[in-house]
Write a protein that binds this ligand. Structure first.
Ligand code: NAD
Ligand code: MG
Length: 391
């Protein structure tokens, strides 16, 4: 019997890589929902070729365009936030969560409420609402499989292991676009320069977050939330080749590393076929050709986001949501050339200080409303900080 699958954020980088895998074995899957943003032509093309049940654009004003693009195809068209959430409630066995930002949280949560397997690329869900996500999966008989490459690597290294024997988890970072820039030049770095990644091909926002290491900061928090590892046991190291995705260190000194070329179809394919392994169309590493792998210190002067992540993990409660929302606003402003590259961390730090009252809530009892409220407050505060400061 074919598996019912849905892809949230189908038109993005992760979404397209997921479709690439699905399209290679069409008979194995029945596509329920595909969602996208403003890229209507792409969404309609994929929905047609995969014979999806429904295509949803997040952009309410584009419903007529989507309808027109799907005319005669038999694919239902819908638009807007409510339609996205409704699509996530449609019965499916496996659902890819690959919307970018906090906007991905609610559809993912809905998917878990119906007891589906959620393949989670949207790291913001774990950062903002980790305990809620895990609790929902447990209560409804679903499961969450990490798709972030580092977390897929940790997940794989932990199979068959006792979590109590884990001494440390090392999340690797490429260092992004500016890892070799002199520190003094970072102040004038542009969004265009930040949006080019040395190793990975990804969406614009995560690529800029890689240059600032806000992406790594989110991933450290994601590690804490997903695996329940104490913050003191979570480390990061700069690894410019992006071949080792993460390492898990055990109490006997052994380090288990996941090694593979930077291709997200590794992690997506692992989550798609779990608990079995199936052949994937990814490059096989030639170690001799590769020659060497190198590692560097993750300098917190260059990347203050790493220090902020540590503070957020210590604070707990709703600070993950505050951190992510402030970062999203600061990133919007940087992309619009309203603040500088280094200004992003300054804004986020100020918001963390002003909203420190959001720390320490009983994380186990958090609700979607509480997360949404913290997110809302942080966005308002970030805007206020950016108004006050002169850049
Ligand atoms: P992307 O920008 O390429 O795609 C984002 C998708 O989300 C698109 O389909 C877009 O239309 C949709 N979208 C954007 N804003 C939306 C909104 N407000 N409501 C509904 N849909 C919206 O992003 P990406 O690089 O594919 O990343 C997606 C997620 O996966 C992010 O959370 C990212 O951190 C994570 N991730 C990505 C990679 C990667 O290699 N690209 C790796 C690890 C994790
Ligand atoms: Mg990652």
């Amino acid at each position: 019997m074919s598996r019912r699958i849905s892809i949230f954020g189908a038109t993005g980088s992760i979404g397209q890589n997921t479709i690439d895998l699905i399209a290679r074995d069409r008979a194995a899957y029945r596509v329920v929902a595909l969602t996208g943003g403003g890229n209507i032509a792409q969404l309609a093309r994929d929905a047609r070729s995969l014979s999806a049940e429904i295509a949803v654009t997040a952009d309410e004003s584009r419903l007529d365009d989507l309808r027109a693009a799907l005319a005669g195809s038999g694919v239902e068209a819908a638009a807007g936030r409510a339609a996205l959430v409704e699509a996530a409630s449609r019965p499916a066995d496996w659902i890819m969560s690959a919307i970018v930002g906090a906007a991905g949280l609610e559809p993912g949560l809905r998917a878990l409420q119906q007891g589906a397997t959620l393949a989670l690329a949207n790291k913001e869900s774990m950062v903002c609402a980790g305990p809620l996500m895990l609790r929902t999966a447990r209560d409804r008989g679903g499961q969450i499989l990490p798709v972030d490459s580092e977390h897929s690597a940790v997940f794989q290294a932990l199979i068959g292991e006792d979590i109590a024997a884990v001494e440390r988890v090392i999340i690797t970072a490429s260092g992004g676009a500016f890892r070799d820039w002199p520190l003094k030049d970072l102040a004038r770095a542009t969004p265009e320069q930040a949006a080019t990644h040395p190793n990975w091909s990804m969406g614009q926002r995560i690529t800029i977050d890689s240059a600032s290491m806000f992406n790594k900061a989110l991933e450290l928090i994601e590690t804490r939330e997903f695996f329940g590892i104490a913050p003191a046991k979570i480390e990061t190291v700069v690894h410019p080749e992006s071949m080792i995705h993460a390492l898990v260190g055990f109490n006997d000194g052994a380090l288990m590393a996941h090694v593979g070329p930077p291709d997200m179809r590794h992690a997506i394919g692992f989550a798609l076929h779990y608990p079995t392994r199936k052949a994937l169309p990814v490059e096989r590493l030639d170690l001799v050709k590769l020659g060497q792998l190198t590692f560097r210190d993750p300098c917190e002067t260059r990347w203050p986001a790493l220090r902020l992540a540590r503070e957020v993990m210590q604070a707990g409660g709703l600070m993950g949501s505050v951190f992510n929302a402030a970062k999203e606003r600061a990133l919007d402003a940087f992309i619009d050339h309203r603040i500088s590259f280094l200004g992003m961390a300054e804004v986020v730090e100020e918001v963390l200080v002003s909203l420190s009252s959001q720390a320490g809530h009983n994380a186990a009892g958090i609700t979607l409303d509480m997360v949404a409220e913290a997110d809302h407050l942080a966005r308002i505060e970030a805007d206020a900080v950016m108004q006050r400061k002169t850049w």
